[in-house]
Design a protein around this ligand. Structure first.
Ligand code: FAD
Length: 403
């Protein structure tokens, strides 16, 4: 392999470039990114950057040592997978490769309507929003998910009049399910944030929102945090298998075949927020839009691009800082049978543990970081746990493992 292109200059793209070099790749390396900034971290955008405590989240990287050509402000618009594989770039034209990393992340979903709406994905979005969160401003946030809760936290702290509008009956219903999500609802009132659940938005208009029943909500700024989706438009017609993300095997190798998996393409890997990868642990494809995956999975993608054996089998991990709390989640509770609470979930610090039989599937730790660290290991090992011991917040999670 002599010419590798990485498309996407987020964390996953940078980590793929670093891993390729770390694993001994000596050929030409080019990173193509639509943004004008070198790779930067996004989690602080809805936290320290929005709060005005930080303005630069650039990820440390030694570009000279990496011997990587950085093409910033350059968007891939097409992909050719014939004998002479090539990325078609907006201004640089045809960029031939014999190895390709797709790390183009995701873009926020927006709402219908021609009124102004803000999303939060880039450093520019964060700086723009920060300047609008002024005392007394009427801020309406659509979506009580992770981003909505974090933005609400900061906006309320800055003295804005904040309302969060959520289509589901509880915050975080999609991510946590209604039972655990409901436990976060009181945090909004406590911070002086209005929360309206079970309310669907029809469209955004000048001066506010129109709800599904026709009722208006006035606002100075509308911020939409209803999720993201990979933008795969540049890959359409390329012959790669695409679903909600770029479909890959457990080593992040893509498939040829537009409808069902055909042959594996070992020369094209996809990783980070844009990849729907096969998880042997969960027996299904996962599309994980979390920083930890963007940090760690690219090493596996780089290894498999170089023909080395590697499979990604991590337990997904995510954190959020909202309403003065550190909220951490690990695992997957999609098929779990029940929740066990460690500590009083109406109190300040607690953990929800999802179980199937006596196996721990997932945890949500609220200001209990030790629970998270220990539970993540227990989940990864697949050990059986004693549910009674697990329910006791004074018993360390690791001691709830059955001998
Ligand atoms: C505001 C915010 C807060 C977050 N907070 C947390 C958190 O607290 N905890 C957590 O675990 N995760 C958090 N995340 C999620 C985490 O940041 C993402 O999972 C991570 O950034 C994904 O990295 P990525 O490199 O896959 O994609 P991205 O970061 O999206 O990077 C993709 C890059 O590719 C570029 N690109 C896209 N299309 C093209 C193209 N056609 N050609 C060239 N370049 C292209 C994009 O412009 C972008 O620069 C947060 C995300 C946001 C936006």
């Amino acid at each position: 392999m002599e010419r590798v292109i990485v498309v996407g200059g987020g964390l996953a793209g940078l980590r793929a470039a670093e891993s390729l070099r770390g694993r001994g790749y000596k050929g030409a390396l080019t990173l193509v990114s639509a943004e004008r900034h070198p790779p930067y971290d996004r989690p602080p955008l809805s936290k320290a950057v929005l709060a005005g405590e930080s303005d630069d989240t650039t990820v440390d990287a030694d570009w000279d040592a990496l011997r990587c050509d950085l093409l910033l402000g350059e968007r891939a618009t097409g992909l050719r997978l014939d004998a002479r594989g090539g990325v078609i770039a907006s201004t640089a034209g045809d960029l031939p490769f014999d190895g390709l990393v797709i790390a183009t992340g995701a873009v926020p979903i927006t709402l219908p309507g021609d009124g102004p709406q803000h999303v939060l994905r880039t450093i520019e979005d964060a700086r723009d929003l920060r300047s609008r969160l002024t005392e007394g401003a009427r801020i309406v946030i659509v979506g009580a998910g992770w981003i909505g809760a974090e933005v609400a936290t900061t906006a309320a702290k800055k003295g804005c009049v904040v309302t969060v509008v959520e289509a589901a009956d509880t915050p975080l219903a999609g991510a946590l399910g209604p039972e655990a999500g409901a436990r976060t609802a009181p945090w909004y009132a406590e911070a002086g944030v209005g929360l309206r659940t079970g309310v669907k938005v029809a469209e955004v208009r000048d001066g506010g929102l129109v709800l599904a029943g026709g009722a208006p909500i006035g606002a100075d700024e509308i911020i939409v945090g209803v999720g993201v989706r990979p933008d795969l438009s540049w890959l359409e017609g390329s012959g790669l298998l695409l679903e909600r993300g770029v479909v890959t095997d457990g080593s992040f190798r893509t498939y040829a075949g537009e409808e069902e998996p055909g042959s594996v393409r070992p020369d094209v890997v996809a990783v980070g927020d844009c990849a729907a990868w096969w998880s042997a642990r969960y027996g299904r494809r996962l599309l994980v839009e979390h920083w930890d995956t963007a940090l760690n999975a690219p090493d596996v993608a780089a290894a498999s691009l170089l023909g080395q054996e590697a499979v990604y089998d991590a337990v997904p991990y995510f954190w959020s800082e909202q309403f003065g709390r550190m909220v951490q989640y690990a695992g997957s509770h999609a098929a779990s049978e029940r929740i066990v609470w460690r500590g009083d979930p109406s109190g300040r610090k607690w953990t929800a543990a999802w179980l199937t039989g006596d196996r721990l599937d997932a945890v949500l730790a609220v200001d209990r970081p030790r629970d998270l660290v220990q539970a993540r290991r227990v989940i990864a090992a697949g050990s059986a746990v004693d549910a009674v011991a697990l329910a006791d917040p004074d018993v360390p999670v690791r001691q709830a493992v059955r001998g």
